[in-house]
Design a protein around this ligand. Structure first.
Ligand code: PAF
Length: 265
């Protein structure tokens, strides 16, 4: 067998979570290619691309700490030589309709398009994606399967701080006190999962309670949804497995997280 190439796609501002994904990828691959590309196609008109932290040099030095890493950092002209308006788009229907797809129109088309381009540019054997972006991972798995990409997609469990807060580049925007508050997201997910485990099936009520807890802690919740982990559609009484997905603003920072509960299917 030849060399196995592992691939991690990122949008800069690498943090411990990314580095642990890279270490995990090395278990499956001989070399790990990490792409850094801030993708204009997935950022909405009302989301400020210019304020996205540019940290390419620091990211590059964090990466070369491991000799088996390669960095691929194309610029926007290389990825989109004809601009965005003429770019062929990859749309994954249904899975992209709910949750973040509903709040950020066009976002997942931008993600699926850039990831399919990056897959073709890099030609890796396996690609790893964090489970923190649960919906994104589901969409990429479906895209890779529907479009017959010869690549294996591996989901990596969410890396968390001691407080339970999911590691994210966006945590860098939080003040120390906001960071303490942010940990309430995971606590609320755990509480909701415990209720499901105890047999609660009033999903609307659970969702309402989740939103209320977050609101009381100072968040502006975007959604707190309980869904089928395969279809991502809202859970119904026949479901035995669940994913609880949340997006909430703390100040102007939008945080997302999720937790799963798998029953006997
Ligand atoms: O998760 C991300 O950082 C981005 O959505 C990705 C997968 C790198 C595509 O731009």
């Amino acid at each position: 067998p030849g060399t196995t190439i592992g691939f991690l796609t990122t949008m800069e501002n690498l943090h411990e979570g990314h580095l642990s994904i890279i270490t995990e990828t090395k278990v499956h691959a001989d070399i790990v290619i990490c792409s850094i590309f801030v993708n204009p196609m997935q950022v909405g008109a009302n989301e400020d691309l210019d304020s996205y932290p540019r940290t390419l040099e620091a990211d590059a030095s964090a990466l070369v700490a491991h000799v088996w890493n390669l960095l691929f950092a194309p610029n926007a002209n290389e990825v989109y030589p004809n601009g965005l308006s003429e770019q062929t788009r990859v749309d994954v229907p249904k899975l992209g309709d709910y949750h973040c797809g509903a709040s950020r129109p066009g976002h997942f088309v931008g993600v699926a398009t850039v990831v399919s381009k990056l897959f073709n540019m890099v030609q890796a054997d396996i690609a790893v994606f964090g489970e923190k972006d649960f919906q994104q991972l589901a969409i990429i798995r479906k895209m890779a399967s529907d479009l017959c990409f010869p690549i294996e997609i591996i989901g990596i469990p969410t890396s968390r701080e001691k407080s339970g807060l999911a590691r994210s580049s966006r945590n860098g925007y939080l003040s120390p006190s906001e960071k303490n508050t942010a940990a309430i997201i995971y606590q609320t997910l755990l509480k909701t999962r415990a209720a499901l485990e105890a047999g609660e099936r009033d999903f609307k009520l659970l969702s309402k309670q989740g939103n209320k807890t977050l609101e009381a802690a100072g968040f502006k919740p975007d959604y707190f949804n309980i869904a089928n982990p395969k279809t991502l559609a809202p859970s119904d009484e026949n479901d035995k497995s669940f994913v609880i997905l949340v997006a909430a603003y703390l100040g102007s920072t939008r945080l997302i997280d999720n937790i799963t509960l798998f029953g006997d299917e």
